[in-house]
Ligand binder design. Sequence first.
Ligand SMILES: *Cc1c(COP(=O)(O)O)cnc(C)c1O
Length: 382
Amino acid sequence: MRDATRTVHHPAIDDSGYASLSPATQRASTIVFETAQDYTNRTKRDLDGYSYGLHGTPTQRILQAQLAALEGAAYCAILPSGQAAIAVVFLACLQPGDHVLIAESAYPPVAGLCRNFLAPRGVTWSSYPPRIGAGIAAHIRPETRLIWMESPGSTTMELEDIPAITAVARAKGIQTGIDNTWATPLLFKPLAHGVDFSMQALTKYAGGHSDLLMGSVAVRERAQYQALRDVMRMLGYHTAPDAVSLVLRGLETMAVRLAHAGRVATELAREIESSHDYPVLCPALPSHPDHALWARDFRAGSGLFSVVLTAEQAAHLPRALDTLEVFAIGASWGGTRSLIAPMSVDGRTPPDPRLYLRLSIGMEDPADLREDLVRFFAALAP
Ligand SMILES: *Cc1c(COP(=O)(O)O)cnc(C)c1O
């Protein structure tokens, strides 16, 4: 070999005796083959075999297997964002002429996907009030193929009766999916409650450090996984191994972070409710209208809750937000930093004109968060 050749041929080294607790980050576009026969057989490889970096390397397979185990699933697909994970489920389930039902309280870009992307391509959609439970039957049309849930709902935090909805869907042969980002599979296991597609934005608690985007979809059956992977292949969806390795690291501390965030969030929510006298929407508190459903289905509370403001308080919000020293003002939650974001909601029946504050609790000392909130609510008071 001459020097230029040596620069591109990495030497084979002996890795026997090497063991690390950290999974390797394996990057690839092209995958090469040992023999001519291997090359010929490459298209016959299993879905999770290796044929092109687009379809994943062992780094992705580790995360897929780890998430599948947490979800109680047989398969798990990894997508480049939470929204991409939602879109892949919709595209895998829906053809022109089909209808999809989404919860009114779903992450708002889901309605955007239906309105701006699917509807022009012949898929119809409508939304249902999240507390409908078995009453979902009245919203189902002959062409309904998918019901999309989120519990608790984004910002307004309504719980859905998931087993009641999935029982109706199953009886009618309709698939169901859920955005389980708030709970993660540590606090709620959708597949065990009859859901077909369990999605989470790994951007939030699994990543956990506000420095990446990723999503996942877990399923029980091979045909469902095949349908997801087909869409991913057609659209060229790929998730970089470097980001996957950050999620593998984030996962290692997720249980501890989530338990802490859930405990502190519930404490602070209770204090805001009692000392500051604000209506708080936190499923782990007995004051939440769906607390009983939460207690039935969820293992513990998560770190995100909302506070409802009056119009007068909303008018003082800019000056109150500017007093914050520990909380950051921002929306994409689930990281180590606590966040506050003002949120308004649309698409509700009847329309809901109220302003909400959404709080995400991070890893700071709760005493510092508490002091920040005392300043904040003092500035908010008329
Ligand atoms: C953040 C979020 C998403 C979207 O995730 P991205 O990775 O930001 O696309 C979806 N659903 C919920 C409930 C979220 O909070």
